[in-house]
Design a protein around this ligand. Sequence first.
Ligand code: IMP
Ligand code: MG
Length: 187
Amino acid sequence: MNRECSLYDDLEKVLISAEEIQDAVRRLGERVSLDYAGRAPVFVCILKGAAVFFSDLMREVSLPLTTDFMAISSYGSSTKTSGVVRILKDLDHDVLDKDVLVVEDIVDSGLTLSYIKKVLHERGARSVRLATLLDKPVRRRTELEVDYACFRIPNEFVVGYGLDYQEKYRNLPLIGVLHPRIYMEEA
Ligand code: IMP
Ligand code: MG
């Protein structure tokens, strides 16, 4: 994407560059390939935020994996979690006896992922692990084990590489801190 693009004007700063993301995703792909050696895991993408990370990650994984997609709502359009988790689109396939790797863009309160993990265990998955691009540990409101995280970040609202604010900024190739003036009116 052209750096002149007006989306860049709404950023306070760049937190993680496109190159840093690519390196981290490649390393994670190698690690997952080793950890799941001899198995054929199901990669579950949590729509829509994880779509970019998911499509890059799976191409770095040397395994006969399969993919499935789930859409969850916990946020509405606000920058703060509502604490309410709802399945908007469920998986197409059964996860019974499968090794599931849930791929998420960011773990914030942890409410979304702990809910998904519980649901997948109840459905009889053999194992459920979590991979996230970003982890905001200070915001955690529930105990949740994150198996794979590419970056730990401070408590700032970020966009890009799939992450949105009101559905915008997902196509930025990097992770940036959104300028607070963009969402000030909401507070
Ligand atoms: P959690 O249930 O609070 O962990 O929420 C995770 C979801 O909240 C993510 O999948 C994102 O859609 C959204 N989210 C949390 N923090 C941010 C952020 O800084 N930028 C954009 N989306 C965020
Ligand atoms: Mg979102």
